[in-house]
Design a protein around this ligand. Structure first.
Ligand SMILES: *Cc1c(COP(=O)(O)O)cnc(C)c1O
Length: 408
């Protein structure tokens, strides 16, 4: 093997499956058969594969301006994207910083939060996270997720200091968890820089869900202690949870918002770290050292921005919103029919359930693939569905029938 694949134990993994093409919610594999993509190609695809309008926007942009340095230069795809996105954001989120993927959007958020205080001669180097967090695989993003991460503990000696909020399984636990956070903040508030959270759904933890009430309470608590609040909506953004952003379920605006994954409709890597004028002003100075000295070669790539502009336009359409509604309702209606599973949960276009162990989850995934031509990729003992929004109701129902058959 020449290629070393991501998130893969190369020795024990099955040979990677070759994909020939994609169309709508389907992928065609090397056996020429079509398979239903129920993981949206790692949660990025929202309008289906090879969407013609996005493909066309990419083609036109590539013929007009493929790329340009973004320091000292700007272009209309980037300007238009920010202008159009602003309409969907709380009024306070007005400053847009581009990067290339979810992890770098998080790195930017962490560095921004740290330097925000540093520029005001305050030294704050502790971050707060929520147990089970996942924020990406670069060093800062791994670090922000904390020492107990099931993915990254190999690197824990490099991690900066974090305080981890207990993940509450019920309302009573929420109170205890909040109290522990409050106690920590009261004794350490001048050391804490920011709290970072995946609002309402922790994707990589296995589509773990918690209440809007708890999200709002811990966010308010952090803010009341002068701690910045970062929402990592890399997975939850662009209507994954039924609303444009997860934060739309609560009355709270974070200081920093990270978005990526669905932003280009799943065509090209792109991300944004969006913040307030208050944060921006702490960098606005005659002193070059107070600037935010961060950037990537492909920052705000015009082709990726053009894809994102088109993707947002499609997302805003009534027919797309109807599809999202249909998926949400179908999840709610059919999830409880699956036998021999527990912790059934859904929010918007995401649904998930647990089985006894990861071996059973892996068997389910194999059966779905071999017997039903449906792609599901479990996380440990969790099986989840996260379809592209263009999926038909009959395909989604077929997927549930296949799960019911597999688990009976
Ligand atoms: C996927 C993900 C990331 C990392 O994004 P990449 O583009 O894979 O680097 C960060 N946070 C959350 C919540 C994610 O789901």
């Amino acid at each position: 093997m020449t290629i070393w694949h991501p998130f893969t134990q190369e020795k024990t993994a099955a040979k990677p499956v070759e994909v020939l093409s994609g169309e709508g919610a389907y992928l065609t594999l090397s056996n020429r058969e079509k398979y239903l993509d129920m993981v949206s190609s790692w949660w990025v695809n929202i309008h289906g594969h090879c969407n013609k309008e996005i493909a066309e926007a990419i083609y036109q942009q590539a013929l007009t301006l493929e790329h340009v340095i973004f320091a000292g230069f700007t272009h209309s795809p980037a300007e238009t994207l920010c202008f159009n996105l602003k309409k969907h954001l709380p009024a306070l989120l007005t400053k847009f910083f581009f990067s290339d993927n979810g992890s770098t959007a998080v790195e930017v958020a962490l560095k921004m939060a740290y330097q925000f205080f540093k520029n005001q001669k305050k030294e704050r180097n502790v971050f707060i996270n929520l147990e089970g967090a996942y924020h990406g695989d670069t060093l800062g993003a791994m670090s922000a997720a904390g020492n107990d991460s099931k993915y990254h503990s190999t690197f824990s000696e490099f991690f900066f200091q974090t305080f981890t909020i207990d993940f509450p399984e019920n309302e009573e636990a929420e109170g205890l968890s909040l109290q522990k956070l409050r106690n920590f903040l009261e004794t350490n508030k001048n050391k804490v820089c920011a709290m970072i959270l995946e609002p309402l759904v922790q994707g990589a933890a296995g589509m773990r869900m918690y209440s809007p009430r708890f999200l709002e309470k811990i966010s308010v608590e952090a803010r009341n202690h002068g701690v910045l609040v970062i929402f990592d909506e890399i997975m939850t953004g662009f209507c994954r949870t039924g609303k444009m952003f997860s934060m739309d379920y609560i009355k709270f605006t974070p200081d920093i918002l990270c978005v990526s994954k669905g932003i280009t409709g799943g065509f090209l890597p792109l991300s944004l770290t969006i913040t307030t004028d208050q944060i921006y002003q702490a960098f606005f100075s005659d002193d070059w050292k107070k600037a935010f000295i961060h950037g990537h070669s492909y920052t705000a790539n015009p082709i990726a921005c053009a894809a994102a502009v088109k993707s947002l336009e499609i997302l805003e359409r009534r027919e797309t919103l109807n599809q999202i509604q249909m998926i949400s309702e179908t999840h709610k209606r059919l999830l409880s029919n699956i036998p021999n599973v527990f912790k059934q949960r859904s929010l918007g276009t995401i649904s998930a359930f647990d089985v006894k162990n990861k071996e059973i989850a892996a068997q389910i995934s194999q059966k779905m693939f071999k017997e039903h031509n449906i792609i599901v990729r479990p996380i440990e003992n969790t099986v989840y569905l996260i379809p592209p929004y263009c999926i038909s109701i009959s395909d989604l129902e077929r997927c549930y029938r296949a799960l019911i058959k597999t688990l009976s």
